[in-house]
Every structure is written in structure tokens, then in C-alpha cells.
Design a protein. Structure first.
Length: 226
């Protein structure tokens, strides 16, 4: 299918990175000699994504300067709006219809995550399609899993030792965001509604993934990337 617009989440404070984010936003931290935002953009380029929007807040000028040579739209947030509020605020830049979203604090191996989502997307059946991996295979992840999948791939909530976790990449129909009146909210609000309506699905990532949310994640991600 034709690639959808992509929202890259890059507004957060990166507090878990400690001193590493005292003077730089987390997407500018380098893994294997390349900023995390560039790892995310490489995934988007490989998937043929034409329209990219990045949300910015904490030290966002550094990211804006870094990507100024590219045709990328910037959604500036006066405060941290979380994932749901940030996506809703960026909709005028993304346009109508489903969107891809991806976090910028992870490194991937194996099949392109965005291509996997696009190939599996069925808008007749799905309002959300999340990319997942069993918790034991997710480098840098701490804790139990997030979801269970039924035989058709529909999601339900779970908190089990090795149930799949959400990897920070998805396709989402955004119409439901308008029904949430709060300015600051998590996409979990919309997911819970779609799960109850049996319109939320998941697929397992065919490859590796590492969370770079803590300092120790940098070395883990570099070992994955080699």
C-alpha cells in the first residue's frame, strides 16, 4: 500500500537518561555514531515515507537545526502533551486518515518496522495496529509484557512475564482523538477504547529491538546493531 504519513515522537525530557540529557534532547544521543533521530529517519526512508512530522519541546531547537536540511514538518509543543495530546496537536500537519507513529528512543534490526505495519494494515478491520515483541526478546526492557494476541491478532491487555510489549511503532486511525477533551493524555486512552471495540490489533516484529531509554541502553543497542 502507499506509505502513510509518519509522526515521530521527540518532545520528551529524557529524564531516565540522567546527565546525558542535561544539555541535549534524547533523540540527539548517539548510538553507533549516529543520533537516535537519524536511526528513526533511516527507518522511515527505507520504508519510503514521504511525509514526516516531528513533535518538539525539550531542547527542540537542537533537533530542528539537525533536520533543517530535510522536508520535515515540526509540531512545537508549549508543554509536554504526552503521546495522545502530542499526536492530536500535530493532526493539522499530518492530514486526515490513518497515520504511522514511531518513538525515537529505540534501535531496530531485522525487517523494517514501518514496512511490516504497512503490509499488515487492513483498514476494514483495524483502527489500530501495534508492533510488538515478547518481553524476553526486547533488549533494555524492564518488567512484564503489555498485551495478548488472539488467533486473529486482536489485542487484549496483559501483565504477564513474557507477553508481548509495545515497541513504539503503530498505525492508528486518529478520528477517536477528537472525542478526548483533555489537552494532555496518553494514547493508552484511545487504545483501551479500541480494544473494547475489538478494533485494535498487533503483529510481532520480525527482528530485534532495543529500548534506549536509559544510559545502559546505548551499549545494548550498539551490540544489537552490530
Amino acid at each position: 500500500m502507499r506509505p502513510l504519513p509518519l509522526m515521530l515522537f521527540a518532545a520528551g525530557f529524557g529524564a531516565r537518561m540522567g546527565a546525558l540529557t542535561a544539555h541535549h534532547p534524547k533523540p540527539m544521543i548517539e548510538v553507533a555514531g549516529k543520533a537516535l533521530i537519524d536511526h528513526a529517519l533511516a527507518v522511515a526512508d527505507q520504508a519510503g515515507i514521504a511525509k514526516i512530522v516531528i513533535n518538539l519541546h525539550y531542547l527542540g531547537d537542537q533537533i530542528a537545526s539537525h533536520v533543517q536540511h530535510r522536508d520535515i514538518a515540526l509540531s512545537w509543543e508549549p508543554e509536554i502533551l504526552e503521546t495522545g495530546g502530542g499526536l492530536k496537536a500535530a493532526l493539522p500537519l499530518l492530514g486526515d486518515g490513518p497515520v504511522l507513529t514511531m518513538n525515537t528512543d529505540a534501535v531496530w534490526s531485522g525487517q523494517n518496522p514501518l514496512t511490516q505495519l504497512l503490509n499488515a494494515w487492513d483498514p476494514e478491520e483495524m483502527d489500530a495496529l501495534l508492533l510488538l515483541l515478547p518481553a524476553s526478546k526486547a533488549l533494555g526492557h524492564i518488567g512484564a509484557g503489555d498485551f495478548l494476541l488472539d488467533a486473529e491478532g486482536r489485542l487484549s491487555r496483559a501483565n504477564q512475564t513474557d507477553s508481548p510489549i509495545y515497541l513504539g511503532a503503530q498505525i492508528l486511525k486518529t478520528g477517536g482523538l477528537q472525542a478526548i477533551s483533555e489537552r494532555v493524555f496518553s494514547l493508552n486512552r484511545l487504545w483501551d477504547r479500541l480494544i473494547a471495540e475489538r478494533r485494535a490489533y498487533g503483529i510481532i516484529h520480525q527482528g530485534g529491538w532495543c529500548d534506549v531509554g536509559r544510559p545502559e541502553g546505548i551499549a545494548l543497542a550498539e551490540s544489537l546493531h552490530v
